[in-house]
Design a protein around this ligand. Structure first.
Ligand SMILES: Nc1nc2c(c(=O)[nH]1)N[C@H]1C(S)=C(S)[C@@H](COP(=O)(O)O)O[C@H]1N2
Ligand SMILES: [Mo]
Length: 252
């Protein structure tokens, strides 16, 4: 019999905890940094398990599966259309994103703002990976962009940095811990399937995180901020989706 990753971590933690069960397991997981910062909501318990499993079994650096270009899906659904009711976004759209800047601030040595040209001057990489929405659909596409780690390196993150928070032109927002932010497949993507990133898929720049559910991949980026704590940002649970009751980590 083979175990799924989730069964392995459940059994592993339960074995460590012994008869006193999950409360002790949760305390142990907390001590070893295996618990996500927000674990309430519908999928909270499962979120602790996938987060803990990825940290424990993989040291946070396994790669999501990459596909050949021929595996690209014919149809890529959109979830969350472009924020065309937002005046600032609309103005950028009218100007072909020429005045757009990505602000990168917070716990960084050199708070910066980058034009799309400047973002494109960083080393570029492409990945053909699967995007999976919590609603139950998925598609495979090629995304091209810069690894977030390059941009974070350029601004110099502080030793106190623990999370990176992503704000777009609409109301959606999310955060990654530094492990996922620095992961080599975590991209700031400006291209999709060999073309400019289509507007509804997040132009001019979107986050792409292949090991987590689709809602973590924030589109229409405007600002990235590096923080030590998620307290005081929105309701303090690390993302708009968590405020709606979804998991914060959402590992897949
Ligand atoms: N800014 C912003 N980012 C977002 C969303 C959104 O509504 N606004 N929707 C999320 C959800 S639920 C999913 S599944 C993906 C969808 O990406 P796609 O439209 O490129 O398929 O974007 C995510 N990022
Ligand atoms: Mo989604």
């Amino acid at each position: 019999m083979t175990f799924t990753r989730r069964q392995v971590i459940t059994r592993g933690l339960a074995a460590v905890a012994g008869a006193s069960g999950l409360a002790v397991a949760a305390r142990l997981a907390g001590r070893y940094g295996l618990v996500p910062p927000y674990r309430g909501g519908l999928y909270g318990a499962g979120d602790v398990l996938t987060y803990g499993a990825q940290r424990m079994l993989t040291s946070g650096q396994t790669l999501a599966r990459e596909f050949p270009r021929t595996a690209t899906s014919a149809v890529a659904p959109v979830n969350g259309p472009a924020p065309e009711t937002d005046a600032a976004y609309l103005a950028l759209l009218d100007a072909d994103f020429a005045p757009w800047r990505l602000v990168v601030d917070g716990l960084v040595e050199r708070p910066s703002s980058f034009s799309l040209e400047e973002i494109k001057r960083f080393p570029s990489s492409s990945q053909v990976t699967m995007h999976t929405c919590e609603e139950g659909w998925s598609f495979i596409a090629e995304w091209t962009g810069v690894a977030l780690s390059h941009v974070l390196q350029a601004v110099g993150t502080s030793a106190r940095a623990r999370y990176v928070v992503f704000f777009p032109y609409d109301q959606w927002w999310d955060s990654l811990d530094m492990g996922d932010a620095l992961h080599p497949q975590t991209l700031l993507a400006y291209g999709m399937n060999g073309e400019e990133l289509p507007i509804d898929h997040g132009a001019p720049l979107r986050l792409r995180v292949a090991r987590q559910l689709g809602y973590k991949s924030i589109k229409f980026l405007s600002r990235i901020t590096v923080v030590e704590s998620l307290d005081g940002i929105g309701k303090g649970v690390g993302s708009a989706s968590a405020e709606y009751g979804y998991a914060w980590y959402a590992g897949i």
